[in-house]
Design a protein around this ligand. Structure first.
Ligand code: DOR
Ligand code: ZN
Length: 349
């Protein structure tokens, strides 16, 4: 049995860092593990141009020690009004790596999102021309059954969009179904997907294990076991089209443990360790480096990292909560439970 695993330092290709005090409390968890992270733009108000993205990037760096080697990769939030000029400015900036499509109303802070896809055509054309990837929250926002929204989105929105823009690089974020796996596996070049730890390690039973479990609620929601198996198979297969994106999405306890709780699971405290556990479960630990450290930079056309990290098989107990906002802590994934892999000598950023 493998007891120690040395891999190239990973990157997180889908992350929510928030802003202000929340940002300061969560950013170090990611910076200790990952060299880079693609930072989602769904702040209030959202990050919609390069100037805002660079200001946000600076706030992230200011929340970390001065000598941090962490490199936040920024994204813009696509709206009905995003102009080709906004796209060219973003493409010319080395710190902006993608543009995020949130269908309006699909998830947390998506109310400024796209209401009519046809309005975004000029921006999408410009992105395709300049090699700027489109990062997609892939769920329809109509009355479709919540467990069917990803499939419906792929069939009715994403497949036609990918065909209309054959040169556009597309990342289908946080995939949850065998339908998404099939779409990415069999689709044209330039399609890829991120996979979260929760969608590898849990299925929809975990939403109701012993009672309703608000800390297991995220969007897209956990799915049937057969979908989890398909996503696990894809992530651990060695295919270059799947890579790590935690979608770590912190919300204070009071907004999770309430009558109408927010979507989002915080996993940055164990952002690589949880994947080691998942890959071990699948008997594919040897594929972790490809998924966590190679496929992402290759897709984005960025260099792979040169440092390494060491994971050891040594169970550790996750704190019940971490400090977050004043008197309103953060409940992490596996709160009070154990994780079977530990990061050796994490950077103390
Ligand atoms: O569960 C989620 N939380 N899904 C998303 O798409 C957004 C995220 C958040 O920002 O909290
Ligand atoms: Zn997300």
């Amino acid at each position: 049995m493998t007891e120690r695993l040395v891999i190239i330092q990973p990157d997180d290709w889908h992350l929510h860092l928030r802003d202000g005090a929340a940002l300061a409390s969560v950013a170090p968890f990611t910076a200790r593990r990952f060299r880079r992270a693609v930072v989602m733009p769904n702040l209030r108000p959202p990050v919609t141009n390069t100037e805002q993205a660079l200001a946000y990037r600076q706030r992230i760096l200011d929340a970390l020690p001065r000598d941090t080697s962490f490199d936040p990769l920024m994204t813009l939030y696509l709206t009905d009004n995003t102009s080709p000029k906004v796209i060219s400015e973003a493409a010319a900036c080395e710190h902006v790596v993608g543009v995020k499509l949130y269908p309006a109303g699909a998830t947390t802070n998506s109310d400024f999102g796209v209401t009519r896809l046809d309005k975004t055509e000029p921006a999408l054309e410009q992105m395709a021309a300049l090699g700027m990837p489109l990062l997609v929250h892939g769920e329809v926002t109509d009355k479709t059954d919540v467990f069917e929204r990803e499939k419906r989105f792929i069939d009715s929105v994403l497949a036609p969009l990918a065909q209309r823009h054959p040169q556009l690089k597309i990342v289908l974020e946080h995939i949850t179904t065998s339908d998404a796996v099939a779409f990415v596996n069999t689709g044209r070049p330039g399609l890829a997907a991120t996979v979260t730890p929760q969608h590898l390690l849990m299925n929809r039973n975990d939403l109701f294990a012993g009672g309703v479990r608000p800390h297991h609620f995220c969007l897209p929601v956990l799915k049937h076991e057969r979908h989890r198996e398909a996503v696990m198979e894809a992530a651990t297969s060695g295919s270059a089209r799947f890579f790590l994106g935690t979608d770590s999405a912190p919300h204070a306890r009071s907004s999770k443990e309430t009558a109408c709780g927010c979507a989002g699971i915080f996993s940055a405290h164990a952002g690589i360790e949880l994947y080691a556990e998942a890959f071990e479960q699948a008997g594919r630990l040897e594929q972790l480096q490809k998924f966590a450290s190679e496929n992402g930079p290759d897709f984005y056309g960025l260099p792979r990292n040169t440092d390494t990290i060491t994971l050891v098989r040594e169970p550790w107990q996750v704190p019940v909560s971490y400090p977050f906002l004043d008197n309103d802590p953060l409940v992490p994934l596996r709160s009070g439970e154990t994780i079977s892999w530990r990061l050796e000598n994490p950077r103390h950023d």
